[in-house]
Write a protein that binds this ligand. Structure first.
Ligand code: FAD
Length: 316
């Protein structure tokens, strides 16, 4: 891949960022026959794309917000993903426990609409459950005031593996994808971006320069939460485009959810949607949603990983 990079004169498209977005763009571009380069600063899916709640969902919460168009699109994508990658996506049953009298009909009817919107790409019909049926599927629920539940189906996937498979698919279509290759600046001609300055962060500099310039007809900023840092390379006075938010999952032992059915709490006291989802021999609970000032705080959590470990240990 590095030799191909050195030999190329100009790329049709250079994608910055090897997360789900950048890798998906690489598959799309390469499969259309475009000469495609993707560069990733660390490893593929090192950032947000390996730290999700692992759900391929149709966006139940957007239904509650009335964003019908988004839900229809997400349900369609969910179905396509299951068809295209059945080895990475699986059907996951969820229970919405009901503690108030109105929750059964409210969530039950909402989830029937969700089923209907999925059409032929549906993952299975939702159903109303009695208190006993709910506890049989989710025995660790708080029994106090529990009236029953609603069972529905969504998808679960391995986010990091999906990213690697997207990278492999893009490579099969002729794309060049290089990790540990940092974009340090943008090349410009007539005030238009026409390429990138790269630094190979694994290169032994005693054997030659680690930096190079690459020309491209189109440069795509697919750096997710880091997108503002690329924008600032174009114009250091550009306004920030993003409002940062940090989400934390707590990883618990499976004894906290001793079943294969996940739990969805549609609204916590602080107005979040909360999931408790079985994941291998653990259960992932989350997420929080805390505004942060800039991505360097997220960086320290993502890349040092200490907080995740500390949380898991404290919980045990
Ligand atoms: C807590 C949480 C839970 C979530 N749960 C789900 C879920 O269950 N299901 C779901 O579908 N979605 C979920 N999402 C959303 C989903 O994870 C993100 O939308 C997706 O991962 C974003 O991918 P991305 O490629 O845009 O960004 P990222 O994965 O962050 O990728 C950006 C990449 O750009 C690279 N980069 C940055 N700067 C440079 C540079 N200068 N040069 C080269 N490379 C650079 C970074 O190293 C990084 O790898 C969740 C998000 C969060 C925060």
């Amino acid at each position: 891949m590095i030799q191909t990079l050195r030999a190329a004169v100009e790329w049709d498209i250079c994608i910055i960022g090897g997360g789900a977005t950048g890798l998906g763009i690489a598959v799309d571009a390469a499969s259309r026959g475009l000469k495609t380069l993707l560069v990733e600063k660390y490893d593929f899916a090192k950032a947000t794309s390996s730290r999700s709640t692992k759900l391929v969902h149709g966006g139940v919460r957007y239904l509650q917000q009335g964003n019908i168009k988004l839900v229809i699109e997400a349900l369609k994508e969910r179905g396509i993903l299951l068809k295209n990658a059945p080895h990475l996506v699986k059907n996951q049953a969820f229970i919405v426990p009901n503690y108030k009298w109105w929750e059964g009909p409210y969530y039950g009817i909402g989830l029937k609409v969700y089923d209907w919107m999925a059409g032929s790409l549906g993952f299975g019909p939702s159903q109303f459950l009695s208190r006993e049926e709910t506890l049989a599927l989710a025995p660790s629920l708080d029994t106090d005031s529990l009236r029953g539940g609603v069972l529905y189906h969504d998808g679960q996937f391995d986010d990091a593996r999906l990213a690697i498979h997207l990278a492999m698919t893009a490579a099969d279509h002729g794309a060049t994808l290089i990790n540990y290759m940092n974009v340090e600046g943008l090349l410009k001609s007539n005030n238009k971006v026409c390429g990138v300055h790269l630094k190979d962060t694994l290169k032994d500099t005693s054997k030659g320069s680690a930096t190079c310039e690459v020309k491209a007809k189109v440069v795509i900023n697919a750096t997710g939460v880091f997108a503002d840092s690329i924008l600032k390379m174009d114009d250091e006075h550009s306004d920030s485009m993003l409002t940062m938010s940090q989400g934390i999952h707590i990883v618990l032992d499976r004894k906290f959810l001793p079943s294969n059915t996940a739990i969805l709490i549609p609204r916590t006291d602080d107005k979040r949607v909360l999931f408790a989802v079985p994941w291998h021999d653990k259960v992932i609970v989350g997420t929080t949603d805390t505004p942060v000032k800039n991505e360097s705080i997220l960086f320290s959590i993502i890349f040092k990983n200490t907080l995740r470990k500390t949380l898991a240990i404290q919980t045990f």
